[in-house]
Design a protein around this ligand. Sequence first.
Ligand SMILES: C[S@@+](CC[C@H](N)C(=O)[O-])C[C@H]1O[C@@H](n2cnc3c(N)ncnc32)[C@H](O)[C@@H]1O
Ligand code: SF4
Length: 357
Amino acid sequence: MPIQEPSPLGAERQKALPAPTLALNLMADEFDALNASSGPQIAYRDLFCPHMDLPRALRNWSEARGVQLRSLRKITHERGGRSQKVLFGLHDGYAVESVLIRRHDGHTACISSQVGCAFACQFCASGQAGLKRNLSAGEIVEQVVQLGPKVNRIVFMGIGEPLNNYEQVMKAIRILRDRRGMNFPTTGITLSTIGIPKALAQLREEHLAINLTISLHATTQEVRDRLIPGSRKHDINEVIARASSWAERHNRIVTFVYLVLPGINDTLADAKRLAGLMNKRRARVNLMRWNPVDGIALDRTGDRSLGLFREVLDRAGVPVVVRDTQGRDISAACGQLWLRDLRGIPVEKRGATKKAA
Ligand SMILES: C[S@@+](CC[C@H](N)C(=O)[O-])C[C@H]1O[C@@H](n2cnc3c(N)ncnc32)[C@H](O)[C@@H]1O
Ligand code: SF4
């Protein structure tokens, strides 16, 4: 009997088959629409069950509808003093890192918003390999779910620029805060951004009581352009003005992060200019030391120059703290997270990969 070729119609039908939906990409009403068809009816909140051993009803539900419940696979995890770094494998062979930080009153999840980053900041590991793709809302939400039930703070300080993936990040925040699901308080969510003016204007109009942190790192356009090449087209004054406008509109304080880098942005003139830029704004400053990154030759500032820099801001009446980030013992502090390209590497060998793509 001759072997039958698949009919063109069959091939087309196959092509038209939708890729499996990731359940955690669904808002409650989208989930309801799926739930309404036959089969077991389950509650939206069950989707956020942190245990890998998911309820059988949920597994049946997903199988009946071709919906994927989990898409991130924990490849490795490293434990440090108060932090744990997890490498999550994605469906397409890329992998991103997230960090869990233990505090006395709960856990903080430091999550990624993109696979890589387009901004290529000179001090940061996450942008060294460029941007590969955006994470979906579900992939963002799933990092939180998999980091466990004690998470009561979320910071978008992992890999990627959240405002460069605006739609999916906003959707993820809405899914996280939905009362019918995780019911995560938006006041426990901090979005850290390089400050894209257009996106800041959009964020100003959102009804979301999140916290906003702007990674400023310079007081002149010239130095900022050098440190953050991807932000060259953004005027530093406009970034500050847009962030302040967000703070006014939401009656909040915006945090400006300033990485003090010896010989680059740490003079007293810089400190005075920074105080001037912050003048009369609903703002505070977090001064940070650089966390070392393989292959980047920068220096960490010393206590004395950091102290002098801080004093200038103090004297000018600008609220300022020196922030020390957790996780340096396992290279999990701010700016030390790498994306991995594990495409072509057999699944069982992916845990051994250490090098960034
Ligand atoms: C990795 S970024 C991710 C969020 C966003 N893209 C941003 O830049 O704000 C989170 C924070 O880490 C800071 N950062 C990046 N590399 C760093 C490093 N090597 N040491 C200290 N902070 C760093 C950034 O400036 C930012 O404030
Ligand atoms: S600091 Fe933020 S914007 Fe800059 S490369 Fe790293 S992740 Fe991207």
